[in-house]
Design a protein around this ligand. Structure first.
Ligand code: BGP
Length: 486
């Protein structure tokens, strides 16, 4: 009787596609009245393990403002999507994309963050992008804030550390919902909301001079302001465009205990709670109780305004989206071997292989995560980032044989399908960087995720020509068969 109800594969309206972020693709950082953003003062890394995006200091900021280099600050040049969007979206359509996740550069709409009126040229650019998507029947999935804000708000408010940044953000979101009503059905508020506790990239706040306790106080307070801004955006969105859906976005870190020793299991549980706390707030509408103890023991005291609790309750998201690149391992012991990952560090898992950047590859962990998230929240899920950053080699006949990428993606899709059979409600899958782009953590170009190769090196040299990789044809077939042929 029950077996009849087990889904046989991906749902018919499944949103297959790819995801990018404005600061990693657009370029055109100083034209059409765009203001400078916090991503555009981040220096390129000197090594693969050197994550520069949180390393902005008062001094480095001064240097960045005085320097117009796009080689030192690669997020200023991206892959020039600003002038190539038609060609790029056409290539996505050729692969059969049903959805394209992109973000809006706040500093294109409000160059300094605090103007009274939006910049029409910036709004027009996204009009054109959405028109191009519509032409090919591609659903845009729009992240409102993806790792950037107008630098003006860092200089004036110290970013999200100040409560008044919420007001500037709600002004921005109101403009977006009114302008793109009917054109955008899926919105995400903050990319990887957990990034706020990792520093500048998430908060837009300089905190290098503070001792660690005060740093964490500032970051959790900044995060609280983002939670409120996100909840207010949910309310605005529902009011302005009742047809639209708006979700949260988490960098999901599936945590395993290093051994079955109860203390390791408990350490992993806490790690997992600390990862899920963000979506607890955004999906359930309140801070979970375990954070009370965490804040108390870490000397963190959040400043709540009178109606904050109510705002969080009212502004619950419609769905939960997340990025998934790897799992982590936690133990109770101190003597651990660390592996790298997207911003969080864990122990190395001896059962898993790693990418060239040391990110551990764990497709089964995706199935585990999907089941956990579904069990905990019972809201539709959406995988909006997943993929393999790798060095690609362009052959003399202009081909890229990226079977390693196909292998990575295929294994994750197999596990996704299993999770759907387990009963998980999954809206879609947008793999990260369907076209090569600038890396978020290191600002390299040579860390490539795409189905489409972009001819540009780490210094910014190259023709910017777009070239289809082997994975392009593979993914096209995956979509054409709705995931039957993987
Ligand atoms: C996520 C970010 C993306 C992205 C991706 C890959 O954490 O949301 O913006 O870039 O990681 O990371 P990287 O570019 O550092 O390889």
């Amino acid at each position: 009787m029950y077996s009849k109800n087990v889904p046989s594969g991906f749902p018919t309206n499944f949103l297959w596609g790819g995801a990018t972020a404005a600061n990693q693709v657009e370029g055109a950082w100083n034209i059409d009245s765009k203001g400078i953003s916090t991503a555009e003062v981040v220096k390129r890394a000197t090594s693969r393990k050197n994550f520069t995006l949180n390393e902005v200091t008062k001094q480095s900021l001064k240097e960045a403002i005085a320097d117009s280099s796009t080689s030192t600050y690669p997020k200023r040049r991206g892959i020039d999507f600003y002038h190539h969007y038609e060609e790029d979206i056409k290539l996505f359509a050729e692969m059969g994309f049903k959805a394209y996740r992109l973000s809006i550069a706040w500093s294109r709409i409000f160059p300094n963050g605090d103007e009274n009126e939006p910049n029409e040229k910036g709004l027009l650019f996204y009009d054109h992008v959405f028109e191009a998507c519509k032409k090919y029947g591609i659903e845009p999935v729009v992240t409102i804030s993806h790792y950037e804000m107008p630098l003006g708000l860092t200089l004036k408010n110290n970013g999200w550390a100040a409560r008044k940044t919420i007001t500037e953000f709600t002004k921005f979101t109101k403009v977006l919902f009114e302008r793109y009503k009917g054109q955008v059905k899926y919105w995400l508020t903050f990319n990887e909301i957990n990034a706020a506790v990792w520093g500048f990239n998430g908060t837009g706040a300089l905190d290098e001079e503070l001792p660690i306790e005060q740093k964490m106080q500032l970051r959790y307070q900044s995060l609280h302001h983002q939670f409120i801004a996100s909840a207010l955006a949910v309310l605005q969105c529902h009011e302005i465009d009742p047809e639209a859906k708006i979700g949260s976005m988490l960098a999901r870190m599936q945590t395993y205990p290093k051994t079955p020793a109860p203390n390791d299991v408990r350490a992993a549980q806490l790690q997992d709670q600390l990862n899920l706390f963000f979506t607890d707030v955004q999906v359930r509408g309140e801070y979970p109780r375990f954070m009370n103890r965490y804040f108390y023991e870490n000397g963190i005291e959040l400043d709540f305004a009178a109606d904050d609790e109510e705002t969080l309750k009212q502004g619950k998201v419609d769905f939960l989206s997340f990025s998934y690149y790897m799992s982590t391992v936690t133990s109770d012991a101190d003597d651990i071997t660390k592996s790298t990952g997207n911003f969080a560090l864990g122990e190395t898992n001896p059962y898993l292989a790693s990418s060239e950047w040391g990110w551990q590859i764990d497709p089964v962990g995706l199935r585990v995560s999907l089941n956990e998230l579904w069990d905990r929240y019972q809201v539709p899920l959406f995988i909006v980032e997943n993929g393999l950053g790798a060095i690609d080699e362009l052959t003399s006949d202009k081909k890229i044989h990226d079977d390693y990428r196909i292998d990575y993606l295929r294994k994750h899709l197999v596990e996704m399908k299993e999770a759907i059979k387990d009963g998980v409600e999954l809206l879609g899958y947008t793999s990260w960087g369907p076209i090569d782009l600038i890396s978020a953590s290191t600002s390299e170009m040579s860390k490539r995720y795409g189905f489409i190769y972009v001819d540009q090196d780490d210094d910014g040299n190259g023709s910017l020509e777009r070239i289809r990789k082997d994975s392009f044809y593979w993914f096209k077939e995956v979509i054409a068969t709705n995931g039957e042929k993987l």
